[in-house]
Design a binder for this molecule. Structure first.
Ligand code: PEP
Ligand code: MN
Length: 367
């Protein structure tokens, strides 16, 4: 038996006969685990180490003689703090390549507050260059626009696709700003990665495991948006698909979840994901609210709960926008939004208020 700590324990029925217990042990060993029986009297159990992750995904609790499975580690070891690869004891930072000589390379996470802004979709070259220029002048350091758009209706504008990518290439060179754009389909990965600095996985595709596996094999940073009906575990397991295949440059994006009152931005996700994972977290108040008047207040709130950045949609003629015009803020409003959020973020960073402070002198307790 190796010295590895157990990854889970299986609590057994107290009166389980040894042959039945041995069947369980044998099955676990066939699955690549090491097993140790602990005779806990009325509470016997098996300590299981080795390849425990696959065991967690099968219905062990329905095996005869098993009372309960107690996992002792996260289901997403690469994404979780510390565990798995050991070196992630500090928050991870995703570095983007520099674009142009003048600008320092952009990074997301660990102290920086990065704003990714742009129109929902690439609509035409002139407007895209104009909006990218304003985004950059306003303090956004990544330009975001979709060439392939995931639309609910097949009759809605689907994006300019290859032509949109050509426009984004032009914008990158002309304006000198890194580009994030969505990849919808593994078959488009090569052409999108050829232009994009960061590949976006949209909310609808968070469960597209074929796509996630391909992204795990590439070297591009990935902006992974939370599925609009996903739990935190499902979100982090989607990220684990990418990290477990070798690409650790993932940024999580909270973009709201579907409720009976429409989409609601889940700002509580930020501290919760932070507690569970070393990955940077950005917030998208545009898709998370679906309405322009809610974007500034929610962006400020996202900075206050500790987001590492924001994804903001802008448009200079929302009525004419081909997608998501209702949630686009005026380009002229972007600089003020970014200033507010950076000020809030700085205030939080410099605050000395502790979360759940522990009294330094516990003898002073009067109980
Ligand atoms: C988008 O970012 O334009 C988009 C479609 O977002 P989501 O995938 O979060 O709906
Ligand atoms: Mn959009």
């Amino acid at each position: 038996m190796s010295d590895a700590p157990p990854g889970l324990i299986l609590i057994l029925e107290p009166s389980l006969a040894p042959p039945k217990r041995n069947r369980i042990r044998k099955r676990l060993e066939e699955l690549g685990c090491e097993v140790r029986y602990i005779d806990g009297g009325a509470h016997p159990y098996l300590e299981v180490s080795g390849e425990v992750l696959p065991v967690r995904t099968i219905s062990v609790e329905s095996w005869p003689g098993v009372v309960r499975m107690v996992p002792l580690s996260r289901a997403y070891p690469q994404v979780a703090w510390g565990s798995g690869r050991g070196d992630f004891v500090a928050p991870s930072v995703v570095h983007l390549p520099g674009v142009g000589d003048a600008d320092p390379p952009v990074s997301i996470g660990a102290g920086s507050f990065t704003v990714l802004a742009g129109p929902c979709a690439v609509e035409d070259a002139e407007r895209t260059v104009r909006l990218a220029t304003i985004a950059k002048e306003s303090g956004a350091t990544v330009f975001r626009a979709g060439a392939f758009k995931p639309r609910t209706s097949p009759y809605a504008f689907q994006g300019l696709e290859g032509d949109g990518l050509s426009i984004l290439r032009e914008v990158r060179a002309e304006v000198g700003i890194p580009i994030v754009t969505e990849v919808l389909d593994p078959r488009h990965l090569e052409m999108v990665a050829d232009v994009a600095d960061v590949l976006q996985v949209g909310s609808r595709n968070m469960h597209n495991y074929a796509l996630l596996k391909e992204l795990g094999a590439c070297r591009h940073p990935i902006l992974l948006k939370r599925g609009f009906a996903s739990s935190y575990d499902e979100f982090l397991l989607a990220a684990e698909y990418i990290l477990s295949r070798g690409n650790d440059r993932v940024v999580l994006c909270e973009r709201g979840v579907r409720t009976t009152s429409g989409t609601v931005l889940d700002l509580g996700a930020v501290p919760e994901l932070r507690r569970r994972s070393h990955l940077p977290i950005v917030v998208d108040p545009s898709h998370g609210s679906g309405s322009a008047h809610r974007v500034l207040p929610l962006a400020r709130a996202a900075a206050a709960v500790g987001a590492d950045g924001l994804l903001i949609e802008i448009h200079d003629d929302p009525i004419a926008a081909l997608s998501d015009g209702q949630q686009a803020i005026a380009p002229s409003a972007l600089a003020g939004l970014i200033d507010d959020c950076r000020a809030i973020r700085n205030m939080i960073e410099s605050s000395t208020t502790e979360l759940n402070p522990i009294p330094s002198d516990s003898s002073a307790r009067k109980d």
